[in-house]
Design a protein around this ligand. Sequence first.
Ligand code: PAF
Length: 263
Amino acid sequence: MRCFESLDDWRAARAVLGMTRIGFVPTMGALHAGHASLLARSVAESEYTVLSIYVNPTQFNDAGDLARYPRTLEQDLALAESLGVDAVLLPRYEALYADGYRYRLDEMTFSRTLCGAHRPGHFAGVLTVVMKLLNLVRATRAYFGEKDYQQYLLIRDMCAAFFLDTEIVPCATLREPDGLAMSSRNMLLDTAARALAARFPELLASREGDDKVADQLAAAGFEVDYVHTEGGRRFGAVTVQSADRRVRLIDNLSLHASEVVTP
Ligand code: PAF
């Protein structure tokens, strides 16, 4: 497995790969079993798998959230190596944003709703960094977890809008045995917050209407950003207090079928 901190070095290596069938998994690190499932799928379906680990500052609208985002690089690299990843991109801000974020990619409607309504600028940061990474890797397929379903839809439609050749592959959310969707942010939950967090997917799955579910979540002790059903899928975002910090959790599920996938 080769690690690339320099984008020039990566671009030289990419040129040699030519038409190789590349699978790509972009991440912000703090890898968990959900990421591992994406990587394993890419390794199985591709000739060469690229993982990127980059905590992207432009998608954080809260400096404290960025500072607290978990970073576990050594374990991440060990996991990637054990799964058969071929290359890891570890870019620096100065190289990835040589333009100082003067150029950015924005979407004008769906990105303003749900998480976008609560995190101004978040999806412009996500779409911009993903476009940069997709152009750098030029993968056949790129894999995204369905936990971030709004992100997946926005990236899928961005690729169509800009005629990118990379196929965007959605991958089912992996859950802990109690139903909590796997997320790097779960590492930030203390014991009490972790116990409460399990009620989030449970209440989200209820047959009650969105407003009732939001009330039930608030009564259980969550601060509710939104509960909203659209296209047969219910989306939710809540915040829990964990020791001296607030941790934001998001989730979504199809109301048509049970989609619980445990590792
Ligand atoms: O889902 C994530 O981890 C990030 O939003 C992504 C897609 C890696 C972009 O920074």
